[in-house]
Write a protein that binds this ligand. Sequence first.
Ligand SMILES: Cc1cc2nc3c(=O)[nH]c(=O)nc-3n(C[C@H](O)[C@H](O)[C@H](O)COP(=O)(O)O)c2cc1C
Length: 390
Amino acid sequence: MATTSLREGGPALKSPYDFPDSPLSKAVRQPLLLGVFLDLQDRHISDHPTSNSWTFDYNADIVRRADELGFELAFSRTQWLPKGGYDGEASLDAFIALGAMAAVTKNILLISTIHVLYGPLHPLHIAKYGATLDHIAKGRWGINIVTGHRAIEHQMFGWNRIEHDKRYEMAGELFDVVNSLWAETENLTYEGKINQWKLENAWITPKPLFGRPILVNATGSPAGIDFAVKYSDLIFITSPGGANIESALETLPAHIATIRAAAATTGRTVKILINPVIVSRDTADETNAYLRAIVEGMTSEPQNRKFFKNYDSDAHAWRGRKDDTQKQGYNLGGNVEVIGTPGEVVEQLKALHEVGIDGVQMGFYDWKVDLEHFAIKILPLLKEAGLRVD
Ligand SMILES: Cc1cc2nc3c(=O)[nH]c(=O)nc-3n(C[C@H](O)[C@H](O)[C@H](O)COP(=O)(O)O)c2cc1C
């Protein structure tokens, strides 16, 4: 990991955490960060009806509402699947969609998922697009660095899947260069050692407002954790025990300890996020009825549902789902399932916070309806529990 620009004698690299007034530094003052993990694609988990839509307008409404409610983060996924791969055919690109949301939001951080190795994208493209969005969003924009775990996606771009750990090495060299371009006071010349691009007298302006855009990656593997503690400000983790909350709470402490120990070796700040799906209604009976309706609407086995389609993946992060020694979740789409009355949801979020989770990127079964329930019934209790401060 470079700590100064790759140009000999070049400037030190700074992160948004080095600026106390950066949007990221302000966001992490919350005890528990709140975010939305949007569905910018059709996702059919169950036949139980929802108001959901993959469209930009529907998702922009969700992000505007989350911004009004004081949430800190909005993310989404991007996938590159062949015909028939999505539930329904629509899937917006998260890089463009989250970037565009900068113009319609005020405070929320907007994290665009980008498959940084596909193409390959030239570091100048990432640096220039990133600097532009950084200025439009006034330091609120960032990248979820994805290297691609599915063979079929790499093949779509014209090659066989690059080996798991090599992808992180390539992304490391790429971000040494991109970070250098963002920090540089002079032109940069560099020839890729494990990537095939070259730069000659390369220059990026404007410079990002707070050192560089926010960097994030989602991982559960040693190579991915090593990458995160060197390059990312936020690490998106999964539950090693699968989606059931009890299994998650049992298995997360050791996993989080590993990540914190890795972060201690670089001395960098890396906040830890997880993405629960929240299923809640006012009473236990209503919550159970809602859960039952969703589960009964799952008319085919999980492996036959499109969202869980078994494209070959070498991801480590979801291996816990296959661990039969752990209680399993209902396949509701989140990496942890938080199910219960408002009070029970707060208890479970508190328990996640107590095992070391710094923030939750939430998903909902029926976005507009369930986010409103969260806003009115759950958010005030989170404040009472001290997980949110004004
Ligand atoms: C919450 C979350 C969101 C993710 N979003 C995407 C995505 O949008 N597109 C994608 O190709 N991979 C996505 N991934 C997969 C990761 O980029 C990565 O491939 C996966 O976590 C496996 O990494 P590992 O093998 O280092 O554990 C996501 C993973 C998690 C946990």
